[in-house]
Design a protein around this ligand. Structure first.
Ligand code: NAD
Length: 348
């Protein structure tokens, strides 16, 4: 079966998911919804992507010579599933206005409240819970990274007592010129926990996690400083092995390979030819991996613009019952060019 996918909201996340869907042989990108005939619309048309817009906006596109294939209603009537990648809160409005009354299936993003969907999703953690569901929410970039890391150990049979994570958030995405801070460290929020810990628990309810976050003037990646306390002794060697063989987690070595900052992780992605310099994987800094008895400490970089892309692809497969968990994760990784060498696609 080839699933017909539509995308509503063609911004940072939507355009990447659109490209990913176009590369999957079990999916067809029917089209994307754009509100404005801007440079992104023009690029989409150049890539052969069909544009749809709201009825009262069709004229706007025609006036500047950008071809529109139809209205939003027409797109929604011709797809099996929607990926909604609109700004925080708009997805819930779209659900009430379109998807629910039209009986459509939809994947939402992490800026929506958990209640928008039946399942908050991360492929490693709970793929099976999304199978056949109508509304699924792919959790945010920070939550995805924390959930993957915790899942790596749970999938290897480790018992976790608690997780504490300190998050240094990027202030804005590279293309956002109206956001900050430009010279500050913003408490995000000042109260504890930040929303990230409770959000991880929407995917893995059994984990005890507390997070704190600040936002800083950078656009490239988030940085997490994570402390995991296990129920029993662990060794650094075991931890490295878990991280090496878990899909969607990569180790970046500072001493031998000279990765000394997150900018260099992005540079690596550009150098190996990743589209837009995307880093779909958790970028764990290998030298930071330190174990004291039953406690693990590490740092990881999180490329906010792209980390949720593989999860959106898997969420489509789960909802549409296209494939089992590990077949989907492996296929997504192979097609999108994630590093698959040494990865185990048959973890428990
Ligand atoms: P974005 O602002 O880059 O893109 C959203 C797009 O949706 C814009 O092009 C906007 O014009 C369009 N849009 C707004 N209202 C619309 C409507 N009613 N119909 C059609 N299009 C509409 O936002 P983003 O960063 O891609 O975020 C999208 C979602 O993904 C949010 O829930 C966000 O929290 C989540 N998310 C973002 C990031 C990130 O770092 N950018 C990471 C993970 C998850």
């Amino acid at each position: 079966m080839v699933v017909r996918v539509g995308i509503v909201g063609y911004g940072t996340i939507g355009k990447r998911v659109a490209d990913a869907v176009m590369r999957m042989d079990d999916m067809e990108l029917v089209g994307v919804v754009k509100q404005n005939p801007d440079y992104e619309s023009e690029v989409a048309v150049r890539k052969g992507i069909r544009l749809y817009t709201y009825e009262d906006k069709v004229d706007k596109f025609e006036r500047v010579g950008i071809k529109v294939s139809g209205t939003v209603d027409e797109l929604l009537r011709s797809v099996n599933i929607i990926v909604d990648a609109t700004p925080d809160g708009v997805g819930a409005e779209n659900k009430a206005r379109f998807y629910e009354p039209m009986g459509l299936r939809a994947i939402f993003q992490g800026g929506e409240e958990a209640e928008v969907a039946e399942v908050s999703f991360n492929a490693l953690a709970n793929y099976d819970m999304a199978i056949g569901k109508r509304f699924v929410r792919v959790v945010s970039c920070n939550t995805t990274a924390l959930t993957r890391l915790i899942s790596a150990f749970l999938l290897h049979g480790y018992k976790i007592r608690k997780v504490r994570a300190y998050i240094v958030r990027r202030g804005a995405d590279p293309r956002e010129f109206k956001k900050g801070p430009i010279n500050d460290v913003v408490f995000n929020p000042a109260t504890v926990p930040s929303h990230h810990g409770p959000d991880v628990m929407t995917v893995i309810p059994s984990v005890s996690i507390v997070t704190m976050a600040v936002a800083v003037p950078t656009t490239i990646m988030h940085l997490h400083m994570v402390n995991i306390e296990f129920d029993g002794l662990v060794s650094r060697g075991e931890v490295i092995k878990v991280l090496e063989e878990t899909p969607r987690i990569l180790l970046f070595n500072s001493s031998s390979r000279k990765f000394e900052s997150l900018a260099q992780v992005i540079e690596w992605a550009r150098d190996i030819g990743r589209p837009r310099g995307d880093v779909f994987e958790n970028a764990v800094i290998e030298d930071s991996v330190t174990v004291f008895q039953n406690e693990l400490f590490l740092m990881q970089g999180v490329h906010q613009e792209s980390i949720v892309v593989p999860e959106n692809v898997d969420a489509i497969r789960a909802v549409m019952r296209l494939m089992d968990k590990w077949s989907s994760i492996r296929k997504t990784d192979e097609v999108l060019g994630l590093i698959t060498e040494g990865k185990n696609y048959a973890l428990a």
